[in-house]
Design a binder for this molecule. Structure first.
Ligand code: PXP
Length: 254
């Protein structure tokens, strides 16, 4: 089976919010992605609501259900946003750190700090207790101390890690050597999978930078947004998603 492709459609909402218009339609975007081979729609409800709005969440939930595909809600541990998740019951929640001033999510969760660890643990418990069959992933860096803390939370509370690939992707695009990243990703995958936790990846990926990861069969799922929406300006959303899914599936046959 090929890796799952989660398409993050936040930046369709960024365009809409930039002019306060009702277009482009998030519903259409989700339908096109799912009809073109995406396995999942990912949206990030940020505290400042800069792109995705609360009203978008039930729409994406309905479309993913109708298509029999997955919905992944990325969110910080903010109590108001947890309430939105409880109301609309996504298939996956990906917990991420959130700073209002950041341009995008700038790194993984800090699980080493005891108070952050506790807050993340309490959020996982609240979400799992209230949403039947919910799966939770934690957006983290690939270092061993962090992964050990993930495993301390344990199977049952955490189903997957999503490894932050942003720094890797920057180095890849700059044509620098990325061997150390690939080695660390491999080590991370082995470490968590041996402990019953799945390994996903996301952030900053393009069709070029994702290719070596796919070829190595590193991750079970990839969440890709900014590049897909950017490339769609030239090629259209359907074609970009189709081509990417073909890349995923082509390597399955290698
Ligand atoms: N995964 C996580 C946890 C994210 O926060 C984001 C950005 O919202 C993505 C994946 C997608 O990143 P990008 O838009 O850079 O592809």
């Amino acid at each position: 089976m090929s890796a799952r492709l989660g398409v993050n459609i936040d930046h369709v909402a960024t365009l809409r919010e930039a002019r306060g218009e009702s277009y482009p339609s998030l519903e259409n975007a989700a339908e096109i992605c799912l009809n073109s081979g995406a396995d999942q729609i990912t949206i990030h409800l940020r505290e400042d609501r800069r792109h995705i709005q609360d009203k978008d969440v039930p729409i994406i939930r309905r479309v993913t259900k109708e298509k029999g595909k997955l919905m992944n809600l990325e969110m910080g541990c903010d109590p108001g946003i947890i309430e939105v998740a409880l109301m609309h019951k996504p298939d996956w929640v990906c917990l991420v750190p959130e700073k209002r001033e950041e341009q995008t999510t700038e790194g993984g969760l800090n699980l080493i700090d005891a108070s952050h660890f506790q807050k993340i643990k309490e959020s996982c418990i609240r979400l799992k207790d209230s949403i039947p069959n919910l799966k939770i992933s934690l957006f983290v860096e690939s270092d061993l101390p962090t992964l050990e803390k993930v495993c301390e939370l344990g199977v049952g509370l955490v189903d997957a890690v999503e490894i932050h690939t942003g720094d890797y992707a920057i180095q890849y695009i700059a044509q620098n050597n990325v061997d150390s990243f690939l080695k660390e990703f491999e080590r991370a995958k082995k470490f968590v999978e041996e402990r019953g936790i799945a390994c996903h990846a996301g952030h900053g990926l393009t069709n070029e930078s994702v290719a070596p990861l796919i070829k190595k069969g590193l991750f079970e799922e990839y969440n890709i947004g900014h590049w897909i929406i950017s490339e769609s300006v030239f090629l259209g959303l359907e074609k970009v998603v189709r081509n990417l899914k073909e890349l995923f599936e082509g390597n399955e046959r290698l």
